[in-house]
Design a protein around this ligand. Structure first.
Ligand SMILES: [Zn+2]
Length: 245
């Protein structure tokens, strides 16, 4: 399928696939069985990017704003002005209700499942919880190792892809690094995940005025984005276990 690379993409394909691959490790047998009924033998890693692929299909135009949310500094989600087209927090709540409702059609529940795998990933990408003044860093033009990029893209894919690891190789590295802490992260509340994404804002925006990013920025941020990928995987599983387990 051809699809347009929207300006506001999300964890690139590698990042999303890592979250799906990690989630597979934490599913209960019952949740796994119910997932297989909806998506057959496809892995969560493979379906994790479907919500970006459908961005070029006009039938899904109404989903474009579900990938992110704006929460300015010092505000809670409840205090923010809500986007009438939806946001990632309300979408996770709403799609969760569709997925667990057995009176819904299989096709509605399958779409909800594939979207949830994607959106739980997105909400863990810190720049998908935006400050409200720069479209989640999309408006901050930077140089990444001398090439034109923007801050959002550095976080979605430039840093992750610079290792040139496959998603399974990178999953293995992240899982080894963080598996012993995974039990601390079992949570199913998207508000909690969004507030975690807001916390490192100052660090993420702390770079020189020339906005030339490379090794130094990458090494400073690496633990953080790898942690967020791991947490996203653990939470995809926690959510699916609670809805389908
Ligand atoms: Zn997305």
């Amino acid at each position: 399928m051809f699809f347009l690379w929207s300006k506001a993409f999300s964890w690139g394909q590698t990042g999303h696939r890592i979250t799906g691959e990690i989630a597979e490790k934490y599913l209960t047998p019952k949740a796994r069985k119910n997932i297989r009924k909806l998506i057959g033998d496809q892995s969560l890693a493979i379906v994790s990017t479907w919500m970006d692929e459908i961005k070029s299909d006009p039938r899904y135009n109404h989903t474009h704003d579900w990938h992110w949310v704006t929460i300015p500094d010092g505000q809670t989600y409840e205090q923010t002005e809500k986007n009438p087209k939806g946001d990632v927090i309300e979408a996770i709540d709403r799609l969760g209700n569709v997925l667990k409702d057995r009176s819904q059609t299989d096709s509605a529940r399958r779409d909800a499942l594939m979207m949830l795998v994607h959106l739980v990933g997105d909400i863990h990408q810190p720049l998908h919880v935006g400050r409200g003044d720069d479209r989640g860093g999309n408006d901050i033009r930077v140089r990444w190792f001398g090439q034109n990029s923007n801050l959002h893209r550095v976080w979605d894919s430039d840093m992750i892809d610079s290792y040139q690891l496959s998603y399974t190789e990178y999953t293995d590295a992240i899982y080894r690094k963080y598996q012993h802490q995974a039990h601390q992260w079992i949570s199913t509340d998207p508000r909690v995940w969004a507030y975690e994404s807001m916390q490192p804002r100052d660090e993420i925006y702390a770079f020189d005025r020339d906005k030339s990013l490379g090794y130094l920025y990458h090494y400073k941020m690496r633990d953080l984005y790898e942690l967020r990928l791991m947490q996203a995987g653990v939470r995809i599983a926690a959510l699916l276990n609670s809805l389908l387990g």
